[in-house]
Design a protein around this ligand. Structure first.
Ligand code: 4FV
Length: 251
């Protein structure tokens, strides 16, 4: 998969995209990342890319010219429908594992990193295919959100995570939160690893993990339970838990 990232600060990607799993994926050619500096496509003598907002108000707006030139330069090389053009912005669709899996099916993604108060609306209307938000808060720029999307999408691609990696049980893949993890030592500062995990009894371990995913999701993200595909066993576990809760003497 190819990621074309349009930004005013390509140096902000040095860390996230040149270490660990993403570095190896680039070295293996599983993913390609092309950082495009929008300022290189500014045609005015001062190479500015922003201007004051029509209608007044604080802050600046990223203008249409340099941004459109940059987008057309990338897409132009691959044909109009070659890329999903993603604008990272607070007004976008909440980013999720489901959206990451959808994007992982694409060949090319073009990510626009906004800055200032935002980008000129005419670019959003004519060039952008998807607006994505990583959360209901305002950042200084779209670079960190773009790095989040590249990370979440790239790790879903075959050959990026080690062979051993399994997505089946991870958070949100099953719409449940992941169960607790333990590793050596068996005892740490007086805290023991749950016996069942040392038992080698795979069915008991599977049930323990499912139970803890359900309990954790019930306690922390009950909203996820509504969209989870619950098995008969899951429902029995939840009924039991809710009965225990209901029988608590709360007077
Ligand atoms: C953002 C978010 C975000 C808004 C103004 C960049 C900033 C500046 N992007 N999810 N939350 N963007 O805050 O994606 O242009």
């Amino acid at each position: 998969m190819r990621f074309d990232i349009l930004t005013l600060f390509p140096e902000m990607f040095t860390g996230p995209l040149t270490s660990s799993i993403l570095k190896r994926a680039r070295e293996r050619g599983v993913i390609e990342v092309n950082l495009v500096n929008i300022r290189d496509y500014s045609t005015n003598k001062h190479h500015t890319v922003d201007d004051t907002p029509y209608g007044g108000g604080a802050g600046m707006v990223m203008g249409p010219e340099a941004l459109t030139n940059a987008i057309e330069n990338v897409v132009g090389r691959y044909g109009q429908s070659s890329h999903r053009v993603l604008l990272m912005c607070p007004q976008g669709r909440p980013f999720s594992q489901a959206l990451a899996m959808d994007l992982a099916g694409e060949k090319n993604l073009l990510l626009i990193c906004g800055h200032y108060e935002g980008i000129d609306e005419r670019v959003r209307e004519t060039m952008v295919t998807d607006e994505i938000s990583i959360g209901d808060y305002v950042l200084t720029g779209g670079e960190l959100p773009a790095a989040v999307v590249v990370d979440a999408v790239a790790r879903l691609l075959p050959g990026v995570l080690g062979e051993a990696a399994s997505f089946e049980e991870e958070s949100f893949q099953t719409s449940l939160l992941e169960y607790p993890h333990y590793t050596r030592p068996r005892e740490y500062r007086g805290q023991m690893v749950p016996e069942v995990l040392l038992s080698g009894h795979h069915e008991e371990i599977r049930k323990w993990r499912r139970r803890h995913s359900l309990l954790r999701t019930l306690a922390r993200r009950p909203d996820l339970l509504e969209q989870a595909e619950l098995t008969r066993e899951d429902k029995a576990i939840l009924r039991e838990v809710l009965q225990d809760l209901a029988s608590l003497d709360l007077d």
